[in-house]
Design a protein around this ligand. Sequence first.
Ligand code: NAD
Length: 423
Amino acid sequence: MAEDLSAVAARENVWEMAKRQLDEVASLIGLNESIHGYLRQPKRVLEVSLPVRMDNGGFKMFTGYRVQHNLARGPGKGGIRFHPDVTLDEVKALAMWMTWKCALVNIPFGGAKGGVICDPKHMSMQELENLTRRFTTEISLIIGPEKDIPAPDVYTTPQIMAWIMDTFSMQHGYSIPGVVTGKPISIGGSLGRDKATARGCLYVVDEAMQALGLPIEGATVAIQGFGNAGMYAAQLMSARGYKIVAVSDSSGGVANDSGLDARGLTAHKLETGSVVGFKGGERIDNRAVLEYECDVLVPAALEKVIARENAPRIKAKIVAEAANGPTVPEADAILFDRGIMVLPDILANAGGVTVSYFEWVQDLQANFWEEEEINERLKRVMTRAFREAYDQAQRHGVSMRKGAYCVAVDRVAEATKLRGLYP
Ligand code: NAD
């Protein structure tokens, strides 16, 4: 099934897709033409070559990127992805989406993203540490608590964030926890950060269910991807009363119409590395998960998995984009025409960056909050963002993505205009 997804992915350039999403709302909000042109480009792109010592005693070259799309509203914020398919275009798209996401939830950050072309599944911990420390050193020119603050993304973990924090701190001679978020709690991480993306997703799905007049108890959910976003989404949604009927990861999927046991699935995934083989469900493939009969579909893996070909077969009433960029623009139009509500990535997965913001604030103040307080604040932020996007979507008669973009792009355009041109 991986071939199917990559075949779909290969046809659409993700950076072109990100720019098109911006173009589609420009006229809706009467975006000034010059500012539109300005926002279509990243502010800064850094490509680095990384010689990394490998376990066999030799060294291997890797390529990494850090892109800052727009810094008008504050320092850059965005994750770092370690994946064999990372490209500069992908990092640029992800950085642009971070700009809109931070603006939508109204936290004082601009958008950035990083990536290294590598296959962490085939590297030892020592090799990963060497790679992370060298990458941090190379991008240390442009990162820092006041400049640009990385975080985890696909195949990067709290341990990797700890190495980033340590490397940056060593270079400056003192501990600088605010340089990165998603760290382990014992070195300045925030309570609730691990589950924040999934929790934020849950909050906006709850809002959408209410807006559509659908009951939550027993509503069925299918999830593609069972990592940080997908696994916690399964756990939290199941605890809230939703019924998880299908899940998948890069090896395949499992389904059970009577409901999958989220705890059992998590234990199985942690033990075996995959959801495949879980006894409480039947084996299905990745495409089947996306097209599964359910009320809520949560794509929580990679980009461009919902395309023109499969959009007509999506059965969910709500698609909550825990992943970044899972729906291509043509598919968006099809889903909208079919009356399916898509909660766009910049809304549905903004819980992660919101609690990253809380983590950064706590680090700067050296004053840490209770988890209850964090979750309450997160709920307020997510619910407000949902309502603002929903109001715009209703007002213009457009999709939730366009509604969310109206709010976000307008905020970034205003900040960019107010700051003016230098020199
Ligand atoms: P992760 O590395 O923890 O998990 C990725 C999951 O996707 C794994 O279960 C993997 O097996 C699965 N996967 C990979 N290729 C797949 C395929 N072809 N089909 C099905 N599953 C596949 O990553 P994550 O942090 O959970 O990120 C997942 C998505 O969520 C990404 O799009 C990321 O940008 C987005 N996101 C994550 C965060 C966060 O806080 N971690 C925040 C916002 C957005």
